[in-house]
Write a protein that binds this ligand. Structure first.
Ligand code: IMP
Ligand code: MG
Length: 174
């Protein structure tokens, strides 16, 4: 696995200390509010568990299984493997995703929640945000790290379902 990594971008320790501050920011912002966190699987599995341990207010969690990527390219369509939407009536929704790239995923999910639920607010939090011009004009409300336009794996992020279990985020060799 490690032989295919060109270089490490963020070590586990660097990620966790960034999550310390993201977690307290989210705890402050949603203090006294009914919060539902919707995590996009599989990419945000590590991010979700490490981040939410650092959010010290009551919240509900729902995981949505969604895919759009094949290899290093987005397929351009979002596949929902989700059966039904959790009831977020009169609740604040915070979406979690591993990485914001073209913006198609977050845009589609945000619209779906906006159109199909009575949520009080919908915000998003991504571990990584690529510094690119997006197909969809969307930015995340909370961002762990802004990165250049490179394909990264590890800490939940995959290349064709590989490398998700690496504890760090690294750039894949060509
Ligand atoms: P978007 O819909 O183009 O914003 O892409 C979001 C999804 O694409 C993410 O949730 C990831 O699953 C995947 N993705 C985008 N860039 C990368 C990358 O560099 N490495 C691994 N997965 C990526
Ligand atoms: Mg993926």
């Amino acid at each position: 696995m490690e032989n295919n990594i060109d270089r490490i971008l963020y070590s586990e320790q660097t990620i966790l200390s960034r999550l310390d501050s993201l977690g307290s920011q989210i705890s402050n912002d949603y203090q006294g509010k009914d919060l539902t966190v919707i995590a996009i699987m599989n990419g945000s599995i590590m991010f979700m568990s490490d981040l939410l341990k650092r959010v010290n207010i009551p919240l509900q969690i729902d995981c949505w299984s969604i895919s759009s990527y094949h290899g290093c390219k987005s397929t351009g369509t979002i596949n929902f493997r989700q059966h039904e939407i959790v009831d977020v009536t009169n609740r604040h929704v915070l979406l979690l995703d591993d990485i914001l790239d073209s913006g198609l995923t977050l845009h589609t999910i945000k619209n779906k929640i906006f159109n199909e639920t009575q949520a009080l607010s919908i915000k998003s939090c991504v571990l990584l945000s690529k510094k690119i011009t997006r197909a969809e004009n969307i930015e995340a409300d909370y961002i762990g790290f802004k990165i250049d336009n490179e394909f990264v794996v590890g800490y939940g992020l995959d290349y064709n379902e590989h490398y998700r279990n690496l504890p760090y985020i690294g750039v894949l060799k060509n």
